[in-house]
Design a protein around this ligand. Structure first.
Ligand code: 5AD
Ligand code: SF4
Length: 459
């Protein structure tokens, strides 16, 4: 019998990327093989996002195209998973009766049961049950690079008024620390050198029940032999504890970067967003972080055009951005989400005005990011090599790519006389002299390469 092929189309955040990778592992264990494009696949999964209206629209138009294909290719199986699946459930089948499986955010591990039903000729399945339990995080996706996401918690209890996440991802649930440590040990044995601990709000890790704080978990991960770097995302400023600040002081493998979304620089808007901190408290937390770890890079999410945001509120956001000098930001135009309370707020900001505000914010941040990147010129920094990034021109030297501790992308060449250069490969640590600070990356030349695999016992 011909082996069935699958294709997963992923939209949205790192949690979706990680879930898709696990789903890939699960489908492979069922005997499916990956297809290189949708057109070659017998099973297509659209792993969806609904954080903003645009993401939902993108997902649904993709599902619409697949539904059209199925009318002339009835052998195709279509699965819609992720946050739109959770939010709209049956509604997806009503819109597109060609869809076979609607797989909610807590139903991923039940994919094999649903697939069997479809293969046996059963009708469409909608599984948005959030209470059934099961641990999808026991599944590891293919380990392809030196860097890997590790889910430590799911869900969110914060209910920021603009955000749909608590409704589609449910309440906070932390995985036991022993399972996390075990998973990272096995990843290291398979060549992983950097992990990003993943959750909607990692610094409230353990608060739901297991008694191990996020700072303590970081301490345990820091002890894993062979692991070079630890990152985490995302954090809520209100839960940034003194223990986490100490972790930046004491843990040598914890990277010098924190993504700490501020969302707005105006206290009035922060309150309407239900963020539970003030601008001043946020700034104080950054100060303690900066004194605990010199040179720590800061990044943030910022929403412009939240209902009721006046020009004055927006100016306060710009002022905060100028004051903090983030290394980078993700800026978003506020988007109504029907399940989130802010969609019912009056005094919505005009669309053109929102666009003007985001452009102003982005151009301010671009000049800050560029200036900060230029400050790196002439310095030698350590880069974890992730792979080749191609050649910059005909006959030009091969470029390698990786990231430094602050999460900057660094593209570099390895000159013939570079010590250790002949053995360069993903997973090595390169000392790179920076020659140019660009808008979103750094460019340089390696001065030494060390093989990070040396002295690591591989199980
Ligand atoms: N509109 C715009 N941006 C949003 N975000 C979350 N919900 C919305 C929304 N309704 C942004 C926040 C969050 C990031 C992941 O997405 O900034 O931190
Ligand atoms: Fe959404 Fe707020 Fe939870 Fe982040 S902390 S996922 S913005 S509700």
């Amino acid at each position: 019998m011909k082996m069935k092929r699958f294709y997963i189309h992923t939209i949205g955040c790192q949690m979706n990327v990680s879930d898709s990778s696990k789903l890939c592992g699960l489908l492979s264990s069922l005997g499916y093989s990956p297809a290189s494009e949708t057109g070659d696949a017998d099973l297509v999964v659209v792993n969806t996002c609904t954080i903003r209206a645009k993401a939902r629209q993108k997902a649904m138009s993709l599902v619409g195209r697949l539904a059209a294909r199925k009318r002339s290719d009835p052998g195709l199986t279509i699965c819609v998973s992720g946050c739109v699946a959770q939010e709209e459930g049956e509604g997806i089948i009503r819109m597109f009766p060609e869809v076979d499986i609607v797989l909610g955010t807590a139903a991923l591990e039940r994919m094999p049961v649903h697939l069997r039903r479809i293969e046996a000729g059963g009708g469409p399945v909608v599984d948005t049950d959030m209470t059934a339990g099961g641990d999808f995080d026991l599944i590891t996706g293919p380990v392809t690079g030196v860097s890997h996401f590790v889910t430590i918690m799911r869900g969110c209890d914060n209910f920021c008024t603009y955000c749909v996440v608590p409704y589609v991802r449910g309440r906070e649930f932390s995985r036991p620390p022993s399972r996390i440590v075990e998973e990272i040990r096995s990843l290291v044995a398979r060549g992983v050198r950097e992990v990003t601990l993943l959750g909607q709000n990692v610094n409230s890790y353990g608060k739901d029940k297991n008694g191990c704080s996020f700072a303590r978990l970081l301490g345990m991960v820091n002890e894993i032999e062979g692991l070079l770097r630890i990152r985490f995302t995302t954090s809520h400023p209100k839960d940034l504890s003194p223990g986490l600040v100490d972790a930046f002081r004491n843990l040598d493998r914890l990277c010098s970067h924190i993504h700490l979304p501020v969302q707005s620089g105006s206290d009035r808007i922060l309150e309407r967003m239900n963020r539970k901190y003030t601008r001043e408290e946020y700034l104080e937390k950054l100060e303690t972080l900066r004194s605990a770890r010199e040179g720590i890079a800061l990044s943030s999410d910022i929403i412009v055009g939240f209902p009721g945001e006046s020009e004055r509120d927006f100016q306060q956001t710009l002022d905060l951005v100028r004051q903090v000098e983030f290394d980078s930001i993700f800026a978003f135009i506020y988007s109504d989400r029907p399940l989130a309370p802010a969609s019912k707020f009056s005094d919505k900001v005009d669309e053109d005005e929102k666009r003007r505000r985001i452009n102003t914010l982005l151009s301010l941040q671009n000049s800050i990011s560029r200036r900060k990147n230029i400050e790196f010129e002439g310095r030698v920094i350590e880069v974890l090599v992730e792979g080749k990034s191609g050649r910059s021109g005909n006959g030009a030297a091969l470029q390698w790519t990786g990231r430094d501790t602050t999460n900057r992308v660094v593209n570099f060449t390895v000159p013939g006389d570079c010590p250790g250069g002949a053995a360069v490969r993903p997973g090595c640590l390169a000392q790179v002299r920076i020659e140019a600070g660009l808008a979103h990356s750094l460019k340089g030349r390696a001065v030494a390469i060390a093989d990070a695999f040396a002295n690591v016992a591989v199980a």
